[in-house]
Design a protein around this ligand. Structure first.
Ligand code: GLC
Length: 438
C-alpha cells in the first residue's frame, strides 16, 4: 500500500516552488512542416509521408547553450525539453529505436547537449516525455482518439501488442533516467480515454514506471499526466494519492481562476504551461504572439495564486528560437532584473486582489504589483498602518512614504502610499511596491 510522505514531498518540491518560472521547449521533426507539433494527427499524415522530415532534419543552428542563456536572462530557473513528443521521434540516442536524432543528418544526441547546457547555466533541467507514440506499431491506431491513422480502417489494431509498447516506453524512460545525469523534472504527457480505452494510470503500468523512476532519480519532480492531462487534477488532489500521483497539477493554456486547492481546501502545487503564440511546436504562420507586458503580468498572476509559469518556446527546424519569442524573453528579463524578488519564493498574499494589480508575498514581505495608477494616493487595502515597517520601490530601492493627504481622511483604516505627482507609474507594465511588515 503506497504511503504518501509529505515531508519527503515538500523537500523535493522546495526548489520548484522557489523557482516559479521556467521555459518549456517543444522541438522536433514537426518544426519542418512548421504547422505545430500535432501536425501528423491533425492532417492524418501516414508514417511513410512523415519520414521525409526525418531524412531531412538537420538543425545546423542548434546551440542549446544559447537557449539556456536566453532562459536565464529572462529570469527562468528551469527548462523542460521534449525528449520525445507524440510523433515518437526521439531527440536522444535510444537503443530501442532507429527513429532518433542520432540517426538524422545531425547525428547528435540533442537531449544530452540540452541537459549539459542547462546545467552549465545553473538551471534546473527537465524532460518532457510523451506517453503516446504514433510511430510505434504496437500503440493503438484505428479508433484511438488521437492517432494519425485513427480514421483509417487499414490500420486496425489486430495483432498490436500494447504490452510490447509499454516495455518499449518503460525502457526509454529508464534510458533517460540512467544515461543523462540528474533530471530535475519528468514531464509525462498525457492520459486520456476514448471509446476503446482508458489510457491512464495502470494502463501505462504507471506504478512500475514511477517506482523505477524514483529508484533511479529519487529527487525528480513528476507531473500529474500519468493520471490526467491539462483537463484534470489527479489523485493527490483527491486526497488519495496513487504511487504515480503527480507532484504538481499542470493546467494548460489557462491560469486557474482561484489557484488550485485540493478537495479539502489545501493549496496545491501547480504550474500553468502556456505558449507564447498559439502553438507548442514551431508554427510559421502563427504570428499571434502574446506581448511581453502581458506575459509579465501572467507570471505575476500565477505567483499571486500560488503557482508556477512554464512558458513555451518552439524552435524552428534549424534550431533557432523565433525572434518574437527572443524579444519577449528579453523584455521579461529586463523586468525580472529589477523585480524578481517579488517572484522567486513568493506566493499567495492572503489579501484580496487590489483594483490596481496583484499582490505576491514572501513571509512578512508583501509586493504590491501596480499595473495601473490610481487617482490620488495609492490604497494598500488589506494591511493596517501599524503593520507597515517601510515601503520601497522594489526596482530602485527608493523609499515610498505613506500618504497623508486630506483626500484620504474619510478612509482612516486604509493605508495609502504616496507615489508623488507623476500620474504615470515608473514602470508602465508593473511597478512593484515592496511593503515590509513589522
Ligand atoms: C497538450 C498538447 C501537447 C503539448 C502539451 C503541453 O498535451 O497536446 O502537444 O506537448 O499539451 O502541455
Amino acid at each position: 500500500m503506497y504511503k504518501f510522505d509529505r515531508t519527503e514531498y515538500e523537500k523535493r518540491m522546495a526548489w520548484y516552488t522557489q523557482a516559479r518560472f521556467g521555459m518549456f521547449i517543444h522541438w522536433g521533426l514537426y518544426a519542418i512542416p512548421a504547422r505545430g507539433e500535432w501536425v501528423r494527427s491533425t492532417e492524418e499524415i501516414t508514417k511513410e509521408d512523415y519520414m521525409p522530415y526525418f531524412d531531412e532534419f538537420d538543425p545546423v543552428d542548434y546551440d542549446p547553450r544559447k537557449w539556456a542563456k536566453a532562459a536565464k536572462a529572462a529570469g527562468m530557473q528551469y527548462m523542460v525539453l521534449t525528449s520525445k513528443h507524440h510523433d515518437g521521434f526521439c531527440l536522444f540516442d535510444s537503443q530501442y529505436t532507429d527513429f532518433k536524432s542520432t540517426n538524422t543528418k545531425c547525428g547528435r544526441d540533442l537531449v544530452r547537449e540540452f541537459l549539459e547546457a542547462g546545467r552549465a547555466e545553473g538551471l534546473k533541467v527537465g524532460l518532457y516525455f510523451s506517453l503516446l507514440d504514433w510511430y510505434h506499431d504496437d500503440f493503438p491506431h484505428f479508433g484511438d482518439r488521437n492517432h494519425p491513422m485513427r480514421n483509417n480502417p487499414a490500420y486496425k489494431n489486430d495483432g498490436r501488442n500494447f504490452d510490447n509498447y509499454l516495455e518499449y516506453m518503460h525502457n526509454q524512460v529508464r534510458e533517460l533516467c540512467t544515461n543523462y545525469g540528474q533530471l530535475d523534472i519528468l514531464w509525462f504527457d498525457f492520459s486520456y480515454e476514448d471509446a476503446y480505452n482508458q489510457m491512464r494510470g495502470e494502463k501505462w503500468k504507471a506504478t512500475e514506471l514511477v517506482n523505477m523512476v524514483r529508484e533511479l532519480q529519487p529527487q525528480v519532480i513528476i507531473d500529474n499526466r500519468l493520471e490526467v492531462s491539462g483537463d484534470g487534477f489527479g489523485s493527490l488532489w483527491e486526497g488519495n494519492p496513487t504511487p504515480y500521483h503527480g507532484d504538481f497539477i499542470s493546467p494548460e493554456q489557462i491560469i486557474p481562476p482561484n489557484g488550485i486547492q485540493d478537495k479539502n481546501g489545501n493549496d496545491m502545487v501547480w504550474e500553468a504551461c502556456v505558449t507564447m503564440n498559439n502553438n507548442w511546436g514551431y508554427c510559421e504562420n502563427d504570428r499571434f504572439y502574446k506581448p511581453a507586458p502581458m506575459l509579465i503580468k501572467k507570471l505575476v498572476e500565477c505567483v499571486s495564486k500560488g503557482g508556477n509559469l512554464l512558458l513555451n518556446v518552439g524552435p524552428d527546424a534549424k534550431g533557432n528560437i523565433p525572434p518574437q519569442s527572443l524579444q519577449a524573453l528579453s523584455e521579461i528579463g529586463a523586468w525580472m532584473d529589477k523585480n524578481s524578488e517579488s517572484i522567486y519564493g513568493c506566493g499567495k498574499a492572503g489579501i484580496a486582489k487590489p483594483d490596481t494589480g496583484r499582490i505576491t508575498r514572501k513571509g512578512d514581505t508583501l509586493y504590491f504589483h501596480l499595473f495601473e495608477n490610481t487617482i490620488g494616493p495609492m490604497p494598500l487595502v488589506g494591511i493596517s498602518k501599524d503593520q507597515v515597517k517601510y515601503i520601497r520601490n522594489l526596482a530602485t530601492g527608493a523609499e515610498v512614504p505613506l500618504a497623508n493627504s486630506w483626500v484620504q481622511n474619510p478612509y482612516p483604516d486604509i493605508v495609502f502610499a504616496d507615489l508623488g505627482p507623476d500620474p504615470v507609474l515608473p514602470d508602465p507594465v508593473d511597478t512593484v511596491l515592496k511593503v515590509q511588515l513589522k
